[in-house]
Design a protein around this ligand. Structure first.
Ligand code: NAD
Ligand code: UDX
Length: 473
């Protein structure tokens, strides 16, 4: 949750934290309070040495400038609600794990309890902003809860204001958003509330980039945007399989497709599969929504985007096994990168986790290096992913290493799972080769090795396999 100055944010996570910190920076006249139930998270936001709970380039600098001035972090949710005029609800909306819609529908229990708390403790009128990604028409449920529980002289207006930042570039995305989207009821009061939120963003965002639409369009746009982005990745990943089988090169294909101005060059990087807390969750949410509306074909269409992603991950780990003479049992595999993308410490739905799980199922030994992910997080993720293996069994096959070079010592194969800059630029390949078992295999799941670079590695002696390119390319 986030609270702002009169504004507050409920939810001090990957969205609530950076978003409201940037509002505080750009709007010194607004007091921003970010509240969360999670005490250790709030404590981390308040640490004197700025060891913040999330790693995001540029975030520390923003927090240093505002914390204690007009930016505050607190666990006192009630007070945050009472003092705010505008409240951003940025709580998590994970995929439901059980009950109706399990595996697809968004779990709205955090949104609901935050909404109930606002209704219960508010003593003055509020604008409540739905910042979390939610299914279409959630704002209606929020309004029903607020109206049924409000006190006299308390009116609540609800806006939808989905967040489009990507992790790793969040601060830049917030400083210069492609667009800010605000959805409101098309009533007099709804439009007035919309204007007030627009005024906040207008402190630094070009007004032509602030789009105002109806509530339901705004909610659906967020799911649609993520589905379309993920669909591009699944499309290029589907083509990467054809490339590997034919001798075409996915980088060249993507580059050439991207020159069509109707398609454009971005988001066409083949990979081991997309990860992150949003794409899969939001598509499954869209699938569930379509099914609930009896739109079977629509649901199947979007579901295929997630299926293709699962296929891509499976295909990659199988290629590793096949290349290592059809068995990796007892072999040492170094995995470079555990985060779901570069420049974040976030591991939610990281493809790296799936690959490591597959390697462990084949009884390989795995050594892991990631520059940002805390070790406890890695153990927690592997324990969750490996189901029937206990943590002790996992720990007997997995070691966490302090550098990329360390991870590769004594390895039979090296797998690049995250596109960290240091893997692109900072690896001394000759030294890595000298320390590996021979034949020494490299699997690039992130296209960090160009054709020439791959050739250079082959001259050193490596057997190189790159996603979206046939063997020997
Ligand atoms: P997160 O898990 O990092 O943060 C959510 C926070 O909300 C947690 O710290 C949790 O303790 C807190 N919380 C839950 N219930 C609460 C309550 N009743 N009162 C106070 N605090 C409460 O999640 P996130 O990644 O920040 O995502 C939040 C929402 O934003 C989700 O709906 C997500 O889909 C959406 N979103 C995320 C991203 C992203 O890149 N992570 C981008 C766009 C949109
Ligand atoms: C995404 C959306 O981009 C953002 O707008 C939304 O608000 C939240 O979800 P995020 O998940 O943080 O952001 O990162 P993103 O850059 O979209 O990457 C998601 C995954 O796709 C990563 O695993 C990334 O490595 C992968 N990816 C991205 C590719 O495999 N190829 C690409 O071309 C782009």
């Amino acid at each position: 949750f986030l609270f702002l100055l009169g504004q507050s944010a409920v939810g001090a996570g990957y969205v609530g934290g950076p978003t409201c910190a940037v509002i505080a920076l750009k709007c010194p006249h607004i007091q921003v309070t970010i509240v969360d139930l999670n005490k250790s998270r709030i404590d981390a936001w308040n640490t004197p040495d700025f060891k913040l709970p999330i790693y995001e380039p540029g975030l520390e600098d923003v927090v240093r400038q505002c914390r204690g001035r007009n930016l505050f972090f607190s666990t006192d949710v009630d007070k945050g609600i009472q003092e705010a005029d505008l409240i951003f609800v940025s709580v998590n909306t994970p995929t439901k794990k059980s009950g109706v819609g399990a595996g697809f529908a968004a779990d709205l229990k955090y949104v609901e309890s935050a909404t109930r708390q606002i209704a219960a403790v508010a003593t003055s009128s509020k604008i409540v902003v739905e910042k979390s990604t939610v299914p279409c028409r959630t704002a209606e449920s929020m309004r029903t809860i607020l109206e049924a529980n409000s006190k006299p002289n308390c009116r609540f207006d609800i806006l939808s204001n989905p967040e489009f930042l990507a992790e790793g570039t969040a601060i830049n995305d917030l400083f210069k958003p492609d667009r800010v989207l605000i959805g409101s009821l098309q009533t007099e009061e709804g439009k007035e509330a919309c204007e007030k939120l627009k005024e906040v963003y207008a402190n630094w965002v070009d007004p032509t980039r602030i789009l105002t639409v109806g509530l339901w369009s705004s909610e659906l746009t967020k799911l649609a945007a993520n589905a379309m982005l993920a669909q591009r990745i699944s499309s290029i990943n589907a083509l990467s399989a054809i490339c590997e089988a034919t001798g075409a090169n996915i980088d060249e294909v993507a580059y050439s497709i991207g020159f069509d101005s109707r398609i454009g060059p971005k988001f066409l990087k083949a990979s081991v599969g997309f990860g992150g807390s949003c794409f899969q969750k939001d598509i499954l949410n869209l699938v569930y929504l379509s099914e609930s509306l009896h739109l079977k074909e629509v649901a199947e269409y979007w579901r295929q985007v997630v299926e293709m992603n699962e296929y891509q991950k499976r295909r990659f780990s199988k290629r590793v096994v096949d290349t290592l003479f059809n068995t990796i049992t007892g072999k040492n595999i170094a995995v470079l990168g555990f985060a779901f993308k570069a420049d974040t410490g976030d591991t939610r739905e990281s493809a790296s986790i799936t690959l490591i799980r597959d390697f462990l199922k084949e009884r390989a030994n795995v050594s892991i290096y990631d520059p940002q992910v805390p070790h406890e997080q890695i153990w927690q993720d592997l324990e969750e992913a490996c189901g029937d293996m206990g943590i002790e069994e996992i720990k007997s096959s997995v070691t966490l290493r302090p550098t990329a070079l360390d991870a590769t010592q004594g390895a039979d194969a090296l797998v690049i799972a995250t596109e960290w800059k240091e893997f692109r630029e900072g690896i001394d390949w000759q030294t890595v080769y000298d320390g590996m078992n021979k034949p020494a295999f490299v699997f690039d799941g992130r296209l960090i090795l160009g054709l020439e670079e791959a050739e250079r590695l082959r001259r050193i002696g490596f057997k190189v396999t790159v996603i979206g390119r046939g063997n020997g390319m």
